[in-house]
Design a protein around this ligand. Structure first.
Ligand SMILES: O=c1ccn([C@@H]2O[C@H](COP(=O)(O)OP(=O)(O)O[C@H]3O[C@H](CO)[C@@H](O)[C@H](O)[C@H]3O)[C@@H](O)[C@H]2O)c(=O)[nH]1
Length: 437
């Protein structure tokens, strides 16, 4: 018998990366693969602090820390040291830290990457040379066309939204372009590019670069008893509250781990929920609440006490799979998007940056499972979306059967793709076999 496979996992230090990579790691661990996840010290401590008391870390997963995972010399030292101590058989890195594969390559260790964005959004980085060849950008990253249509069947992309372009000035952020070029170059070192997606969501993009293999939707195996990389403690009391609500009645509203909005927008969100006349569950992170208006929030909470719940961090996946959820008012971070799609929940889209504008467009135009505001044309959002506008969109979304029906169809396909014999399942199992040999 050969030695047990041992994967060293290196995630980007952000909530939207750590969570899917943790979920994936749990999946590998279930197949008898030993996992060591390395985080920067501060992240490591944050995850441990956020764990509920009864949680424990799955036996086959070890969390370790190093002073800074963005420092490639430190990571190199760690890989060398760990390899000497307990033999690493594979290094799995977040594609946004792809250059760490160099150290693994030097030591003859197998390499794989996992992408936490959609495949469509990762393509411009992965296929950088094609964008240059086709005159979409020059070799310094400057857009030469306003829109790019990656394929005739998917929505066009505004080039000012490509990661390295500052969408306000339209100028290239030189260091971000260098970062993208560095990732692009390092992709030659990987044998696998895994992605939290599915052929049912992104058939076209995945066809355009068959090296990207979908293994999604990634689901948290079991929130209590399995760490999924939360930075904040989840408020499980909301599940009991959801149990008391009517089926498909509740608006769930949450904007991920990074959204910042001003006090005016915040009050418009509150106004929308007040006007909607429907039960709601709203996540307002403590950091956001304290910067905005705690007194206003307190008053709002009291006024809405019989109809709505405001919490500071939800067990989101369990919320989205709860039968009382009617729709998800979201910023369209890729994880939130995939989690909603895997639960058949229609979306109201309020993107604020990064990949979210294109995700929103994709949700509305390609998948037809949601509605958005007036950002569709140039992929920028109008200054403030008012409570009245939001209420009207919520009514439109919930008043039409088609969004729910499309979302339910997609959910069924996604569940089939991760069942034995499904496409994502097969990709995952091929990866497991490769890791073990
Ligand atoms: O109350 C909450 C709110 C969120 N989440 C989880 O937090 C994650 C949030 O991820 P995501 O929806 O992707 O949002 P961000 O945290 O904003 O993620 C960043 O990273 C993503 C992946 O690169 C990008 O798609 C986003 O635009 C970027 O903002 C998801 O798994 C949620 O289930 C909770 O567990 N509880």
């Amino acid at each position: 018998m050969g030695k047990q496979a041992h994967v060293l996992v290196i995630p980007l230090q952000a909530q939207g990366h750590l969570m899917p990579i943790m979920k994936f790691s749990h999946g590998l661990a279930k197949h008898g693969i030993k996992i060591t996840i390395v985080n920067t010290e501060s992240t490591h401590n944050q995850i441990l602090n956020a764990l509920a008391k009864e949680d424990d870390i799955a036996n086959s997963i070890t969390l370790v820390s190093c002073p800074n995972v963005y420092d490639d010399q430190q990571v190199k030292k760690l890989i060398q040291q760990m390899n000497d101590d307990e033999k690493i058989t594979c290094v799995l890195v977040d594609s946004f830290l792809a250059w760490n594969m160099e150290a693994a390559a030097e030591l003859g260790i197998k390499r794989a990457t996992i992408c936490c964005l959609s495949a469509t959004q990762f393509l411009p980085i992965f296929d950088l040379h094609k964008l240059i060849q086709h005159g979409v950008i020059d070799n310094q990253g400057t857009p030469k066309q306003k829109m790019v249509q990656l394929s005739p069947t998917i929505p066009s992309m505004n080039t000012s939204r490509i990661g390295w372009v500052n969408h306000e000035t339209g100028k290239v952020e030189k260091y971000v372009f260098e970062f993208a070029s560095k990732i692009n170059k390092s992709m030659a070192l990987t044998e696998w590019v895994l992605c939290n997606s599915s052929y049912d969501i992104e058939a076209e993009a995945l066809k355009m670069n068959p090296k990207i293999l979908p293994i999604g939707p990634l689901l948290a195996s079991n929130q209590s008893g399995n760490i999924v990389g939360n930075f904040l403690s989840e408020d499980f009391s909301c599940l009991k509250w959801l149990d008391e609500q009517a089926t498909q009645s509740v608006i769930y509203i949450a904007f991920g781990s990074e959204a910042k909005f001003d006090q005016i927008q915040f009050q418009e969100f509150a106004m929308a929920l007040e006007l909607s006349n429907k039960p709601f569950l709203w996540v307002v992170r403590q950091e956001v609440a304290s910067k905005l208006d705690e007194a206003y929030l307190k008053g709002f909470r009291e006024r809405m006490a019989t109809r709505g719940l405001v919490i500071s961090w939800a067990p989101q996946q369990r919320v989205l799979e709860h039968p009382s959820i009617a729709c998800f008012f979201t910023h369209c971070g890729w994880n939130s998007t995939v989690e909603a799609l895997s639960n058949g929940v229609p979306l109201l889209c309020w993107p604020f940056g990064l990949d979210q504008f294109y995700n929103a467009k994709y949700i509305c135009e390609a998948l037809k499972v949601g509605l958005g505001f007036n950002y569709q044309e140039d992929e920028t959002i109008a200054s403030v979306v008012t409570g009245e506008e939001i209420k009207n969109k919520l009514n439109e979304l919930l008043g039409s059967e088609k969004y729910k029906a499309n979302a339910s169809d997609l959910k069924e396909k996604l569940m089939n793709s991760i069942k034995e014999g499904g496409n994502s399942y097969n990709n995952f199992m091929s990866f497991v076999e490769w890791v073990k040999t």
